[in-house]
Structures are given as structure tokens and as C-alpha cells.
Design a protein around this ligand. Structure first.
Ligand code: HEC
Length: 257
């Protein structure tokens, strides 16, 4: 009997380890000094849907997602392909096309000094917290060609495309920083002050940026959505058959004891 108990316990430990692995993967991708926690989840389909809409409205004019087809986005994020064609594919094309920006690399370089990079793998290379913090860290800087700078990515040649939503942020003079929820530091007060408010409150804007980040996380690994839902079934399957094996063993040894 103690033997049975021991093996059941060992199996339970194994199962717990497997579950730990599944959870640990996303924890590893997080973290990093000075970054705000993006707090995104691949379970939140609504957030990724909003993020997709925002991405194609505010980002896709310059950035591509070269590995992702519009049809795949529709399928994975449970969107009507007709809506995707109407709302995401401004330059026309077919639903099976990859999400390629109409901005050529040459024009990008001519206009911004640097071609906007493809963002397919951005969430994997920089991490979601980096993207989240980056999009919240633009501030007015008259010395820059486009009038914007970024505290996380010094002298980035990207303009603050979300300024109408966020409002106009300036660097607060030292010692006068406001803790207005727009902090770029992980803790404490923000290095920014809001010179003029945007159409969204700071809380709404955080959610907007979170949604875009969630969509980019999905874009970095579309298969993760399916894998995560499958993982649950694999674990349930394992647990069920462990239970069956236990019952079977019980049945076999009944007469011996
Ligand atoms: C007007 C063109 C334009 C738009 C619109 C735009 N970007 Fe950019 N973006 C750029 C350029 C140019 C760079 C390159 C900056 C550099 O390297 O100096 C860049 C860089 C980035 C980077 C950093 C890439 C890296 O790792 O070096 C991220 C992340 C990013 N953009 C996200 C976004 C998101 C999200 C949106 C939509 C909310 C967006 N961008 C909209 C032009 C644009």
C-alpha cells in the first residue's frame, strides 16, 4: 500500500512539474530592470482582438508582420474574415496575404532615417514588458527631427503615433515628477508630466497599450494559442490515465493482500 502511495505521489510530483514548466515559460520572458509589467495574457482574446484593430489602425502603415496572414489572424482571434478585410486591409489584397506594410524600406529610410522594422518577432526578441514600456515612454523633445524622443529607446526615429490617445507627455524637471500612472520606472513616481491630456484617461491608455502588446505577443508565436489550450487537455489526459492505472493496480493486487 505504501508503495502505491509512493508511486502516486511521484506521479503527482511529475504532473506538478509539467504544469510548472508550462507556467514557467511565460514567467521567463517577463522581467527586466526599469520596465513596467505589461500584464498580458494569451487567454484574453478580447484584448488581442482590440490590439489587432489598434495595430492595423496605428502601426501597420509603417510596420509589417511578415510571417502572419490576415486569414490566420481572423481564425486565431475569432474574427469574421469579412471584418478583417474591411478593417485591417486598407491597401486591399487577399485575405490569405501576409500582413505587409505598404511603406517600402526605402521610403521608410528616407522619411524617418531608419526603416520601421518588421514586428513579427518583436515580442520574442525584446519581450512584452519592453514593448509596453516603450509605447508609454514617448515625450516631447524639440531637438529631435520629429519632435519626439523616448526614454526607453533614446533617439528612436519613430514618432509618438498614439499621442492623440495618450496626450502630450513632457519630461518633468527633476524633483517635480508626477505620479500620474504613466510612470516609466517600475516603482515610484513618473519621470513624465502630461502637458495636455489625450482622448483617453491614463488608465484607458494603459489598457490600449496593453492590448497592442498582447496582439504583438500573439503575433510572435501564433501557435502558442493552440498549444496552450492543448496543454490543458494533455494534462487532463495524463491525470485521467494515472487514475485508471491506479484503479487497475488496485484491482490486480486486491487478491494478494
Ligand atoms: C510613422 C511610421 C511608424 C508608425 C506609424 C509606427 N512606427 Fe514603430 N517604428 C518606426 C520607426 C522608423 C522605427 C525605428 C526606430 C529606430 O530604430 O530608431 C520604429 C520602431 C519601433 C519599435 C522598436 C523596434 C526595435 O526593436 O528596434 C517598436 C516596438 C515599434 N516601433 C512599435 C510600433 C507600434 C506598436 C506602433 C503602433 C502603435 C508603431 N510602432 C507605429 C516607425 C513607425
Amino acid at each position: 500500500m505504501t508503495k502505491t502511495l509512493r508511486s502516486v505521489r511521484r506521479l503527482a510530483t511529475l504532473l506538478a512539474c509539467a504544469a510548472g514548466f508550462a507556467a514557467g515559460g511565460s514567467a521567463l520572458a517577463a522581467g527586466g530592470a526599469g520596465l513596467q509589467h505589461a500584464n498580458v495574457s494569451l487567454d484574453d482574446v478580447a484584448s488581442m482582438q482590440r490590439g489587432a484593430r489598434l495595430f492595423f489602425n496605428y502601426c501597420a502603415g509603417c510596420h509589417s508582420l511578415q510571417y502572419l496572414r490576415y486569414s490566420r489572424i481572423a481564425e486565431d482571434l475569432q474574427l469574421d474574415p469579412k471584418d478583417v478585410e474591411k478593417n485591417f486591409m486598407f491597401a486591399g489584397g487577399k485575405i490569405g496575404d501576409h500582413a505587409i506594410s505598404t511603406l517600402s524600406a526605402a521610403d521608410g529610410t528616407a522619411w524617418f532615417g531608419k526603416a520601421p522594422p518588421d514586428l513579427s518577432l518583436e515580442a520574442r526578441s525584446k519581450g512584452v514588458d519592453w514593448i509596453y514600456t516603450y509605447l508609454k515612454s514617448f515625450h516631447v523633445d524639440p531637438t529631435r527631427p520629429l519632435g519626439w524622443n523616448n526614454t526607453l529607446f533614446e533617439n528612436a526615429s519613430m514618432p509618438n503615433v498614439l499621442w492623440e490617445l495618450q496626450g502630450v507627455q513632457v519630461l518633468a524637471p527633476k524633483g517635480e515628477a508626477h505620479g500620474d500612472g504613466q510612470a516609466a520606472g517600475a516603482h515610484g513616481s513618473s519621470p513624465f508630466a502630461l502637458r495636455s491630456p489625450g482622448s483617453q484617461t491614463p488608465e484607458q491608455f494603459d489598457q490600449t497599450v496593453r492590448d497592442i502588446t498582447a496582439f504583438l505577443q500573439y503575433a510572435g508565436e501564433p501557435a502558442a494559442l493552440k498549444r496552450e489550450s492543448m496543454g490543458v487537455w494533455v494534462l487532463l489526459y495524463l491525470a485521467f490515465f494515472t487514475f485508471l492505472a491506479y484503479l487497475l493496480k488496485h484491482e490486480f493486487w486486491k487478491d494478494v493482500h
